[in-house]
Design a protein around this ligand. Structure first.
Ligand code: BGC
Length: 627
């Protein structure tokens, strides 16, 4: 199956081919150090051919590799991924995903040495590619909770749901420190504040990995190393062929222009604590640091990460990122990236070319055998630590875990996260909490009854999708109906019409889903539909509480004056009841902003590092009211 993303990437690859320039570590307390497995690793390494070693370093997407029967064995594939939109052909349910994993793993076990594959996926806020999984709030929202124990608990539940499909690796947590909310990946970051990212990133690693060896543990991946959230805005897009939604401002995959001391101060702390928590993999960034691609930087990958910070796990390149190191020169890119310290290559459909290219480079002496052995050692350490090399352990999925997939107990953890992540920004005349005993509550707005908007990007689809079909869960409208007393009437209109006569209105407005690249924006004002909803409610003379559901702070302008109360939830996920808990006072709001909130676009980039002088936010970092 060819994903939307693969199609874009193929366009990019085609342009590249024509020479177009595109734009000591302590483990978690319970776990052993990864290097403790080196004796076993050395034994195995001694039995491996060059091809078998390179196979461990090669990660295709499942679609292309299964489409070529025999390739798993011929290329001794060591890892497979499902990237955005790379779903099972039979659909996105739990059974097809589990069957897919089992099929891929069975193929890997047929290779000469029978080394199991690591199957990787973006379980960024729950096992978010799979229908019926619990979808947790995105990281920006979790940042508002300041609650490391909660983030760890979310990691545990996510790991269990991922393992229910057999998959053992998630490309999470994202420990980016976004400095400019125009970036469409801002919501993937816990905070603009490195101190908060330090705390919560490590908690997520502990939750996901446990001690790494258990049947409910998954390998975590801290990403995108380093400075992905610090790129400078540019007018030049970097993904040829991608739909343009940005109004001409691009930050994704850009260049972070900072001296080393500042890079370390803002963007490195999350990696230091993730390594201390025992993270087994790290993904170098598509972005550049002062014009040099991170994926080809020996300074960053080997000197800082492996030598100075003592990272003992392995580095996985981002999706087709290696080709960007030297645009138009694939062989040079592979040489530069592997020699810089990249250990495994995410080459969704180009895996055969990667394999042959790297083999050729070793034979020509351009990539030393010691570098290959180091890369494979790092990958195998993780496989040993995870128990994958234990012949007595079943390698296929444990389907008994299907029983608790999407369970009420898992949803309860998400609901707790939702209510703790809501931030109350305005509450004129103590409008909130609302009474459950009202004559009539009118619910309105494009996101009031839309689970897809509520979940945002990286949910079922790569870019997310609006609408009820996205996945199961509770919308705000359903949650309000469930919360109020049976005597209270709840009415609904998407545009706010028909509100006249209601006691109060709840308007649920904000952003529609997006993910990387597509979500870069020049203008973060409320859209025309939201303004019309607010105007209709005002016209009806009904006091209005606004719930803004978005992937970042938005420019409120004059609309703020029309809101009697305002609370924000940065993409809460499937458990809308957590929002009703706050609206009706079952939970008194405790959330504090994890990002500074600008008054106007011309203040951007606005964050705790740029604030001051004439630049005063509408709501500062850490702001949040109580009842
Ligand atoms: C993203 C990564 C993601 C990978 C695999 C890339 O485009 O930058 O964050 O893990 O795709 O889906």
């Amino acid at each position: 199956m060819k994903s939307q993303k693969s199609i874009w990437c193929m366009c990019a690859a085609a342009l590249l081919a024509f020479g177009v320039v595109l734009g000591a570590a302590a483990s978690s307390p319970k776990a052993k150090r990864l290097s403790a497995y080196d004796p076993q690793v050395r034994n195995l390494l001694a039995q491996m051919t060059l091809e078998e070693k390179i196979g461990q370093m090669t990660q295709p997407e499942y679609g292309p590799v299964l489409a070529n029967p025999g390739d798993m064995q011929k290329y001794f594939i060591g890892s497979v991924l499902s990237g955005g939109d790379s779903d099972p052909q039979e659909g996105n349910g739990l059974a097809p995903w589990t069957d897919l994993y089992d099929k891929v793993q069975s193929e890997a076990l047929k290779t000469r040495l029978g080394i199991p594959v690591l199957y990787g996926i973006d379980a960024m806020h729950g096992h978010s590619n799979v229908l019926g999984a619990v979808i947790f709030p995105h990281n920006m929202a979790l940042g508002c909770t300041r609650d490391a124990a909660l983030v760890e608990k979310i990691g545990r539940v996510t790991a269990e749901e991922v393992r229910a499909t057999g998959i053992q690796w998630t490309f999470a947590p994202c420990v980016t420190v976004p400095q400019d909310i125009r970036w469409g990946r801002a919501y993937e970051g816990f905070s603009e504040d490195p101190a908060l990212v330090r705390l919560l990133g490590a908690a997520a690693v502990r939750g996901l990995q446990g001690d790494l060896g258990g049947r409910l543990d998954v390998l975590a991946c801290a990403k995108h190393f380093v400075g992905d959230g610090g790129t400078a805005a540019s007018s030049e897009g970097r993904w040829p062929g991608a739909p343009v939604g940005t109004g001409g401002v691009w930050l994704d995959q850009g260049d972070t222009r900072l001296d080393e001391a500042t890079l370390r101060r803002i963007h490195l702390p999350g990696y230091i604590t993730a390594i201390q928590a025992g993270v087994g993999s790290i993904m170098p960034s598509y972005s550049s640091w002062n014009g040099v691609k991170c994926s080809g930087s020996r300074r960053l990958l080997t000197e800082i990460l492996k030598e100075e910070l003592g990272f003992e796990g392995f580095l996985i390149s981002d999706y087709n990122a290696i080709a960007q190191v030297k645009p138009g020169d694939y062989k040079g890119s592979v040489e530069a990236s592997i020699n810089a310290g990249m250990d495994m290559a995410m080459e969704p459909s180009n895996y055969r070319v990667f394999f042959e290219t790297l083999k050729g480079l070793v034979e020509e002496g351009k990539v030393p055998m010691s570098r290959i052995d180091d890369a494979v050692t790092r990958i195998l350490r993780v496989k040993f630590a995870m128990g994958l090399m234990d012949k007595k352990r079943p390698q296929l999925a444990d389907r008994r875990l299907h029983k608790t997939f999407g369970s009420a107990a898992h949803r309860a953890v998400a609901r707790e996260a939702v209510r703790k992540s809501v931030v109350l920004l305005k509450n004129e005349g103590h409008m909130l909490p609302l009474s459950k005993e009202s004559f009539r509550i009118h619910v309105a707005g494009k996101t009031a009854d839309d689970i897809g908007n509520q979940c945002g990007g990286w949910t079922i689809r790569w870019q997310g999708q609006g609408g009820a079909v996205t996945t199961g869960g509770t919308t705000v409208l359903e949650a309000v109906k469930a919360a109020v007393s049976p005597k209270t009437q709840v009415t609904y209109s998407r545009d706010g019409s028909g509100a006249a006569g209601a006691t109060v209105a709840i308007a649920v407005i904000g952003e529609k889903p997006y993910a990387e690249y597509v979500g870069d924006r020049k203008d973060l004002s409320l859209d025309a539909e939201d303004l019309e909803t607010l105007a209709n409610l005002k016209g009806a003379g009904v006091p209005t509480a606004v719930l803004l559901i978005a992937g970042r702070p938005m420019i409120l302008g004059d609309a703020l004056g029309q809101m009697d109360a305002l609370a924000v939830s940065f993409l809460p996920g499937t458990e809308g009841r957590g929002l009703a808990d706050v609206l009706f006072g079952d939970y008194k709001p405790t959330g504090k902003l994890s990002f500074s909130w600008p008054k106007s676009m011309d203040q951007l980039p606005l964050n705790m590092h740029t604030v001051g002088g004439g630049k005063q936010p509408l709501f500062p970092y850490g702001y949040g009211l109580g009842y």
